[in-house]
Write a protein that binds this ligand. Structure first.
Ligand code: ZN
Length: 497
């Protein structure tokens, strides 16, 4: 046991240093997206590639395998839910994934995706998929090889999905998505073409929008003594270390709701990061469990809290005070309708809650076909346009608002898209239980009382780190498997009620 203890300590020290190295990469990444002058992009790519290479070497270090073997054969894993057992399981998973992928492939992927990202930007600006196609083909070849080196049992896609949402299987996602797609199409049949309740025209000054976003996210519980909010083009949230969680958002002078919406989404991610055990930073017991659960936290605060009737009543006087004289005619019900109007869009991030998941379901289908070779890259725009119109009734006018709209594939992130919709499903399922446990949440939101919900999420989700993988965490919190019925019920109540 003495041996196991010292092996565990050596392992944790190594892994914490890996966490610090990763956080250096996160600082560079945040800077790249918020501050970096265009001429610095090439050198930043060099820095990123070096950190990726070092992280891979540290994760696959043979000593990690030796330490793990000693610990896994000891009392440390007697209680599978203990902090040590959680750390050992998480490190084993990460080490195994790193060892299986050859270093030359890691480097090749890093180079190919840097190049593909630059090509994607040009192609999207030109609305011309053909320019991006060769880069995407190269990335897909490498991603396919990555999946095969990682190994898989069900289908190739499982190896990639598991990197973003550990423990989730493609077959389960397929089943959940099929149910959801059917229900969404039935729901759309019952919805009218509701007109947008537009807000009075702007301008809404950007400084006032930023202050308002800070005010609302602070009320939700985000701690700005340990975080920041900055403008960017594609909003994201990044934890640079304990005590430093960065939110980003984008502003539109004509519409204060867009920035608020994205700020609350990212604040939901930030609340999760701030709720993780800070003293376990870098270790699995102090890290988020997967991107689906991460997304459940952002969707929960953005949609279930921020767009609720109670929250709209609380928001209205604050919104009026933030933009004096502009919104005096607006009432809480109109604000609620505005936030929840039916708005099918060709661009995923602009779509309303009833259409958003259709974008994701389509990406999931196409990714699997691309990966197994059933769909050729050159046929991708036609496949996207045809199926998108079938799903939403909207004709895609060019590649920029179609298959080129999202950056993920240029980064080699295949298997990532499903986590958006899994997040929506988890959020709705968690809220069903939270409402049961906490009583009338709408009344609490109307009073600006968000603390009970945050405390509930801290205890049920955040404090666990990676103690349970996503499917097990869902069972632990809700007593059942992931079930899209909760999301469907939420959407019916909101859009038909
Ligand atoms: Zn998100």
């Amino acid at each position: 046991m003495a041996d196991a203890r010292s092996a565990y300590e050596a392992l944790c020290q190594h892994w914490r240093r890996l966490g610090v190295l990763g956080s250096v990469g996160s600082v560079l990444g945040w800077d790249q997206q918020c501050m970096l002058p265009a001429a610095g992009a090439a050198h930043r790519a060099e820095q990123g590639a070096l950190i990726a290479e070092l992280r891979h070497a540290w994760r696959s270090d043979p000593r990690v395998g030796e330490w793990l073997a000693i610990c896994e054969d000891s009392e440390l894993v007697a209680d599978p839910l203990s902090v040590a057992a959680t750390d050992l399981r998480g490190i084993r998973r990460s080490h195994q994934r790193a060892v299986r992928v050859r270093e030359d492939l890691v480097v090749a992927l890093s180079r190919a995706t840097s190049e593909a990202f630059e090509t994607w930007k040009v192609a999207r600006a030109a609305k011309d998929f053909a320019r991006f196609a060769p880069a995407l083909e190269r990335v897909l070849d490498l991603v396919r090889e990555q999946a095969d080196q990682l190994g898989w049992e069900g289908e190739r896609y499982d190896a990639l999905l598991d990197g973003f949402e550990p423990g989730m299987r493609t077959a389960e996602v397929e089943q959940v998505f099929a149910q959801l797609a059917q229900a969404l199409s039935a729901l759309h049949g019952r919805l009218g073409d509701e007109a947008l309740g537009a807000l009075p025209p702007g301008p809404y000054p950007l400084e006032a929008q930023a202050a308002f976003g800070r005010e609302v996210s602070t009320a939700f519980g985000f701690d700005y003594a340990a975080g920041r909010l900055d403008p960017t083009i594609h909003p994201f949230c990044s934890r640079l270390g304990p005590g430093d969680v960065r939110l980003t958002t984008r502003y539109d002078e004509a519409d204060p709701i867009e920035a608020l919406d994205s700020t609350l989404h990212e604040a939901g991610h930030g609340l999760y990061e701030q709720g993780l055990p800070g003293d376990r930073y870098g270790l699995p017991s102090g890290s988020a469990v997967g991107l689906g659960i991460h997304e459940s936290q952002s969707r929960l605060w953005q949609n279930h809290v921020g767009r609720s009737r109670g929250c709209c009543r609380w928001l209205l006087p604050r919104l009026r005070a933030a933009f004096p004289g502009r919104l005096d005619q607006l009432d809480a019900e109109a604000l609620y309708r505005h936030l929840n109007s039916r708005r099918p869009e060709r661009i995923r991030v602009d779509a309303d809650e009833t259409s958003y998941d259709l974008h994701v379901i389509l990406r999931f289908e196409l990714e699997r076909e691309l990966l197994d070779g059933g769909l050729a890259v050159r046929d991708l725009p036609a496949a996207w346009n045809q199926r998108f119109e079938q799903l939403t009734g909207l004709a895609v006018r060019d590649d920029a608002e179609g298959v080129l709209q999202d950056v993920h594939w240029s980064h080699g992130m295949v298997g990532y898209f499903p986590t958006y919709t899994l997040g929506n499903c988890y959020a709705a399922q968690f809220m069903t239980v939270a409402r049961h446990d906490l009583g009338d949440l709408d009344a609490a939101f109307e009073r600006g009382d968000f603390a009970p919900l945050l405390a509930w999420l801290r205890a049920k989700v955040h404090a666990h780190g990676q103690r349970h993988l996503s499917p097990a965490l869902c069972r632990e919190i809700t007593g059942s498997e992931l079930d899209p019925a909760h999301l469907i019920a939420h959407l019916e109540a909101r859009y038909l009620g």
